[in-house]
Design a protein around this ligand. Structure first.
Ligand SMILES: C[S@@+](CC[C@H](N)C(=O)[O-])C[C@H]1O[C@@H](n2cnc3c(N)ncnc32)[C@H](O)[C@@H]1O
Ligand code: SF4
Ligand code: SF4
Length: 332
């Protein structure tokens, strides 16, 4: 009954008429300085023709002329590998575009931290996947945990009001220690919140059974259920956890079977505009781009036939799409 009602509300919320987007997600570069076990970014060939900072600025001006987006999320690769990133951050601040950068924190030193703060960045999100030993192992380098913590402390020292959020990816190598990790976050006055993500197949999609080949896929279902229940309990007690309880419940189902996407709703084409480092606009993660920002006006692309088809499909999409569990998660 509850599901039926949710379905109706969902269809009303996302009617066929496209609403203007609220968020732009850009993968500003393919390049990275780390070799994380769970990410293939660093295995990819260097991209010769990435969108330049000037071109991103032109694109964002076009967006601003068309609509008032709530925020711009900058990821990668590692965003701080992109030369001129702080110029783009400054440009966004001047244009009243709220920005969030998601980073591994490894390249930041005192000078860069100061430059980022001066640029007017609103929010920074650091990836931290657990305790020191676990994080450094997953990220493929000793010292990354210490470095991220140094950077977090420095940010808060220089700009206490800057919200600092952690992004923590749940996987087989860290899940058992997550309640302890949340206790540690709770005591750390420089961290404002944590957002958990479930491991998924990013960059290289290996087909529906990808998780069976994934070394970091959690194997002990009973244990992971117990741990997620503990996280729900801690959230209810007021710990600094951002995920809604419904998402944790969905994580449990997902770890049981990532192809069971019942009750997961796709809002591709309805709220965010994802753009890759070459300027391709990928409303749906599995379909061809609706166009390229270097060739076409974003407003025209957003209303073109390809976008309409994606929107139509996303409302009733039967693909067992694991992309919906994290950033695409829609709470109902
Ligand atoms: C692709 S990274 C880009 C930003 C930056 N390099 C970083 O690591 O924070 C963005 C986020 O995706 C997460 N991520 C990477 N691979 C993942 C995977 N296989 N499953 C789920 N999340 C993943 C990272 O931990 C990070 O929080
Ligand atoms: S998760 Fe981030 S830091 Fe790790 S390889 Fe991927 S892009 Fe680089
Ligand atoms: S659920 Fe379907 S429309 Fe949505 S992102 Fe996945 S494949 Fe694309």
């Amino acid at each position: 009954m509850k599901n039926k009602l949710n379905n109706i509300l969902y269809k009303l919320k996302y009617s066929n008429l496209p609403r203007e987007p609220v968020q732009i997600d850009i993968a500003i570069t393919k390049e990275c300085c780390l070799k994380c076990q769970f990410c293939d970014c660093w295995k990819r060939k260097k991209e010769e023709n990435e969108v330049t900072i000037d071109e991103w600025e032109k694109f964002l001006s076009e967006v601003k002329e068309w609509t008032k987006i709530k925020f711009l999320c900058i990821g990668g690769g590692e965003p701080f590998m992109k030369k001129g990133l702080t110029d783009l951050l400054r440009f966004c601040a001047e244009k009243d575009i709220l920005t969030v950068v998601i980073t591994n924190g490894y390249l930041m030193n005192d000078k860069l931290i100061k430059e980022v703060i001066d640029s007017g960045l609103q929010k920074i999100n650091f990836s931290l996947d657990g305790t020191e030993k676990t994080h450094d192992k997953l990220r493929g380098k000793k010292g990354v945990f210490k470095k991220v913590n140094y950077v977090i402390d420095k940010f808060k020292e220089l700009k206490p009001e800057m919200p600092i959020e952690l992004s923590t990816m749940i996987n087989n190598a860290n899940f058992k220690e997550l309640p302890k990790f949340v206790e540690w976050i709770q005591k750390n006055k420089n961290i404002d919140s944590v957002n958990f993500q479930a491991i998924q197949r990013v960059v290289r999609y290996d087909g529906p059974e990808w998780y069976k080949k994934e070394k970091l896929w959690p194997k002990d279902l009973k244990k992971i259920n117990e741990i997620i229940d503990k996280l729900i309990y801690l959230k209810k007690k007021g710990y600094k956890i951002n995920n809604p309880t419904s998402q944790f419940k969905m994580f449990k189902k997902y770890f049981e079977n990532p192809e069971n996407t019942d009750n997961l709703y796709c809002k591709a084409g309805f709220s965010s505009i994802p753009v890759d480092c070459k300027g391709n606009v990928l409303l749906c993660q599995k379909q061809a781009p609706i166009g390229n920002i270097l060739e076409k006006n974003i407003r025209k692309m957003y209303y073109n036939r390809k976008s309409k088809n994606i929107r139509k499909k996303s409302k009733n999409c039967n693909e067992k799409c694991h992309f919906l569990i994290n950033c695409y998660y829609d709470e109902r």
